[in-house]
Ligand binder design. Structure first.
Ligand code: ADP
Ligand code: MG
Length: 142
């Protein structure tokens, strides 16, 4: 058993479609628990800093503009192999390539508005969780 924590963000497209609950259910059904959460409108500088790993990519400006276009639901998920489990529940970055039954295949419109973010490694999960939450605001029920 490797219990991990990962950062998940429900992006503005999914928040505006009123499917926060449907998305959280996908995580809970696979054994992940929400241990911290809030709805937040990111500032441009917060979004740029959060996605700084992508700053040289051609899609960086579009990504930042999209992420600040409306509130996002930011959460810490905890459970067995949470990082990889979350990535497999999310599906491929491009919804057209994502497997049926994944969040992105079922709820996302395109690669820009692709419903969710999820940490991709142990190191990035730690950094991304610390970016949004202090340890004192994470409530594990284990
Ligand atoms: P993921 O979100 O699956 O970890 P990446 O970390 O590679 O994907 O990219 C971060 C986000 O940037 C993606 O979720 C997507 O919204 C956007 N993105 C990635 N690649 C492209 C692309 N080729 N064109 C437009 N947007 C992209
Ligand atoms: Mg990524």
């Amino acid at each position: 058993m490797t219990i991990q924590r990962t950062l998940s963000i429900i992006k503005p497209d999914a928040v505006s479609k009123n499917i926060i609950g449907k998305i959280i259910s996908r995580f809970e059904e696979k054994g992940l628990s929400v241990v911290a959460a809030r709805l937040q409108l990111l500032s441009r500088s917060e979004a740029e800093s959060f996605y700084s790993i992508h700053k040289s990519r051609p899609f960086f400006n579009d990504l930042v503009n999209f992420m600040i276009s409306g509130p996002v639901f930011i959460q810490v998920l905890e459970g067995e192999n949470a990082i990889q489990m979350n990535r497999s529940i999310m599906g491929d970055t491009d919804p057209k390539k994502a497997q049926k039954g994944t969040i992105r295949a079922d709820f996302a419109d395109n690669i820009d508005a692709n419903a969710v973010h999820g940490s991709d490694s142990d190191e990035n999960a730690r950094k991304e969780i610390a970016f949004f939450f202090s340890e004192a605001n994470i409530y594990s029920c284990r």
